[in-house]
Design a protein around this ligand. Structure first.
Ligand code: A3P
Ligand code: MG
Ligand code: MG
Length: 383
């Protein structure tokens, strides 16, 4: 990838005055009717194996196994000797999604569709990205800690969106405490206790936890006027083969500190349920199953949260988050991005930047370190 991001590559955003230069993230501006959000449809899936290799199939899909009422899972078990951690300094961008698109182009291409650029085929979508990037957009009006950077490139009329790690996030990643490193393992260990590789198989708690492995769904949907195609990791599905078709059979697994006081429950509602709801609502995953653990990493109870019931559950909290604010902000950001990212060129990146208590702003970069569409993808899409 080219890496010559000298200052002359950077244009400040002083375009025509009709073009908005920034977007506010203030909650009050987004308290209107809930926008149209079409039922997400799974259009495919892919798997990443223990060495992070891509497969255009569901080989990594796992099956949910319901735990006992008081499971006593020890989430610390295996951290030292049976843990292979994905190298999170390797930035994959949206490459796996692009691989999936090339392998499934015929399913996507618009019959007789007129692409914005006659050189590139029309995929019939306005945005391609990771579900996790959309989750960050949904939670932005309520986020007070962490900002974000999103790189956007227009190709063949479609906007591709890939996250760039902020300086603060990199510092946090490089200076994690040993306790934090271990606690990041706990969520994956809980998955191992509650998932089997085969329908009606048994969990293998003696096995290795390898966080390179992933099963990802690819869904298509529409938010207001934005046709979206995104992919997200799915923890497991219901074991019953008669269960509803994907994504309705998918289950999201979570761990959280056990609830001992009303204040702790209030914090779960205000902060965690916002993230859990946003993550699962986007791809249409109906159930979140939470394992509550004590400070020694022992799971003491398990609770199911129905994604569609979370908004009602949190309404009792004073001054709580609102799903409509999340969705309207996301929709307005996507409109903003489309109005800004006009040039159809894989070498141009519009970098959108947000910090808590600030507006979303952007800068434009040509042939810079931020370019993220690989040559193999651009070349193949031109055919
Ligand atoms: P928990 O969320 O149960 O703690 P996911 O829940 O999205 O399937 O992610 C599985 C686990 O990955 C999480 O389990 C957590 O341990 C780890 N994880 C996910 N996102 C993370 C993040 N942004 N930072 C650190 N760890 C993360
Ligand atoms: Mg997961
Ligand atoms: Mg999970």
């Amino acid at each position: 990838r080219p890496n010559h991001d000298i200052s002359s590559d950077v244009s400040t955003n002083s375009g025509p005055s009709s073009l908005p230069q920034s977007l506010s993230a203030r909650r009050q501006l987004y308290e209107r009717d809930f926008p149209v959000y079409k039922q997400p449809v799974e259009v495919g899936c892919f798997s990443l194996d223990s060495e992070r290799r891509f497969f255009n199939d569901a080989r990594q899909l796992r099956y949910y196994v319901e735990p006992e009422r008081t499971p006593n899972f020890n989430l610390r078990d295996g951290y030292r000797d049976r843990y292979v951690k994905r190298d999170d300094s390797v930035k994959e961008g949206i490459d796996h999604i692009l691989r999936w698109i090339l392998a499934n182009r015929s399913k996507l291409e618009q019959p007789g569709g007129a692409a914005a650029s006659s050189l590139t085929c029309d995929l019939g979508v306005d945005f391609i990205t990771w579900r996790g990037h959309l989750t960050k957009l949904l939670t932005t009006p309520y986020e007070t800690q962490e900002g974000w950077l999103l790189a956007v490139t227009r190709l063949g009329g479609t906007l591709y969106m890939s996250e760039v790690e902020t300086e603060a996030a990199r510092r946090n990643r490089e200076t994690r405490t040993e306790r934090h490193e271990e606690m990041m393992y706990w969520g994956y260990k809980f998955e191992q206790y509650t998932c089997a590789a085969e329908p009606h198989g048994h969990p293998d708690a003696e096995g290795v936890v390898n966080t390179n492995e992933a099963f990802c769904t690819v869904v298509r949907t529409r938010l207001a006027g934005h046709r979206l195609l995104f992919s997200g990791e799915v923890d497991c599905r219901e074991a019953d083969p008669r269960a509803q078709p994907a994504p309705a059979c998918y289950v999201e697994l979570k761990t959280s500190a056990e609830i001992c006081t009303p204040k702790q429950r209030c914090n779960l509602h205000r902060y965690k349920l916002l993230k859990w709801w946003a993550q699962s609502f986007l791809p249409g995953v109906p159930r979140v199953i939470a394992g509550f653990r004590d400070n020694d990493g022992i799971v003491v109870s398990v609770e199911t949260f129905h994604t569609s019931k979370i908004p009602q559950l949190i309404k009792n909290e004073y001054n709580c988050w609102k799903p409509t604010v999340c969705m309207n902000f996301c929709s307005d950001f996507l409109s903003f991005a489309r109005s800004v990212a006009r040039e159809d060129n894989p070498r141009v990146v519009y970098l959108f930047s947000w910090e808590p208590h600030r507006d979303v702003t952007y800068s434009v970069h040509r042939d810079s370190q931020y370019s993220f569409l690989p040559e193999w993808y651009v070349r193949e899409m031109a055919h």
